[in-house]
Write a protein that binds this ligand. Structure first.
Ligand code: UDP
Length: 325
């Protein structure tokens, strides 16, 4: 019995791989290394370089490793890039996921956990967001994810196939043991950019919009520590193996922080001011995104252990120092 982790050389995939091997699971990582880093994959996991959408390869990996569950992280995640290259995003996310599902269904792998996003919800949905709020993704990235959710639902109805969907809010921070962290040089996420600005790797941090209808005018997000997110995948896996049915779960803490609050936390951890530049809104950014985590807490018994912005920021800064050293 082993777990196939696609995209296991990426940010969330590498953390989840460590969480799996730490509790003694056999893991095989499949990653094409287009954005992932081989060195971030635990040495205790087997590694296959290749495409998650290569059906024949996936069937071989499933057979060779006795795979009983797939955790599917592989995909493209840069929203503006998805606007410029929608067809590439549908190919890499939606089409590849379809092939992966087909390989699973044909090989009798029933347990499937899929990385989705909080951006599938309608911008006007009620917040904190519950899983059954209306969906209306705007970007090709978010649409590619919702399409995959729909394929999973349909496949679950037609086949002996049990998918679980995890909708991530704003994932940040790094492995407390320092083994892996956010390593993409192109990452555009706030806490990553703030860490880069703190270490002088970018000249300043931009604040995208100061006129939002939020308490301090900047965007509010539900930042979740990547280790708590990795743990959510383990609980989803346990639930599937115990016979749970297909469900979608929000992964967030249920409270938010503004851009200015994140900056203040970074400055507090650093003990000095960050170089900050206020600018216009970034197109497509909603004012607020906050999760209602009731379902994952009640059904999967998820208990976050790192729900603390200071800890998130500190671990992100530590990783940034280490990674670039
Ligand atoms: N943001 C910012 N400066 C940056 C990156 C992000 O002000 O360099 C803001 C962004 O407008 C949003 C929040 O920080 O309000 C979180 O953005 P991020 O890109 O981290 O995640 P998203 O919510 O877009 O997935």
């Amino acid at each position: 019995m082993s777990v196939l982790v696609t995209g296991g050389a990426g940010y969330i995939g590498s953390h989840t791989t460590y969480a799996l091997v730490d509790r003694g699971e056999d893991v095989v990582v499949l990653d094409n290394l287009s954005t992932g880093t081989r060195a971030l994959v635990s040495e205790k996991a087997a590694f296959v370089e290749g495409e998650a959408g290569d059906e024949a390869l996936v069937r071989r990996v499933i057979a060779a490793h006795g795979v009983d569950a797939v955790i599917h992280f592989a995909g493209s995640i840069v929203v503006p890039e998805s606007v410029a290259k929608p067809l590439a995003y549908y190919a890499n996310n939606t089409v590849a996921s379809r092939s992966l599902m087909e390989a699973c269904v044909e090989s009798g792998v029933r347990h499937f956990i899929f990385s989705s996003t909080a951006t599938v919800y309608d911008e006007n949905a009620r917040q904190p967001l519950r899983e059954d709020e209306p969906k209306n993704p705007i970007s090709p990235y978010a649409r590619s994810k919702l399409m995959t959710e729909w394929m999973l639902e349909d496949a679950a109805r037609a086949h002996d196939f049990k998918p679980m969907v995890l909708r991530y809010f704003n994932v940040a921070g790094a492995d407390p043991k320092g083994r892996t962290g956010q390593s993409s040089p192109r990452a555009t996420h706030l806490i990553k950019r703030a860490a880069q600005a703190a270490l002088g790797r970018v000249p300043h941090l931009d604040i995208f919009g100061t006129d939002y209808p939020t308490p301090d005018g900047t965007g509010v997000r539900d930042y979740i520590h990547v280790s708590d997110l990795a743990e959510a995948h383990l609980l989803a896996l346990d639930a599937l193996r115990a016979g749970a049915g297909p469900t979608a779960y929000n992964c967030g803490y249920g409270h938010g922080a503004s851009v200015r609050e994140v900056i203040a936390t970074v400055e507090q951890v650093l003990g000095r001011k960050l170089p900050v530049r206020e600018g216009p809104r970034r197109p497509g950014d909603p004012p607020t995104l906050i999760s209602d985590p009731t379902r994952i807490k009640t059904v999967l018994k998820w208990q976050p252990r790192h729900d603390d912005l200071t800890e998130i920021v500190r671990s992100a800064l530590e990783w940034e120092r280490r990674f670039n050293a």
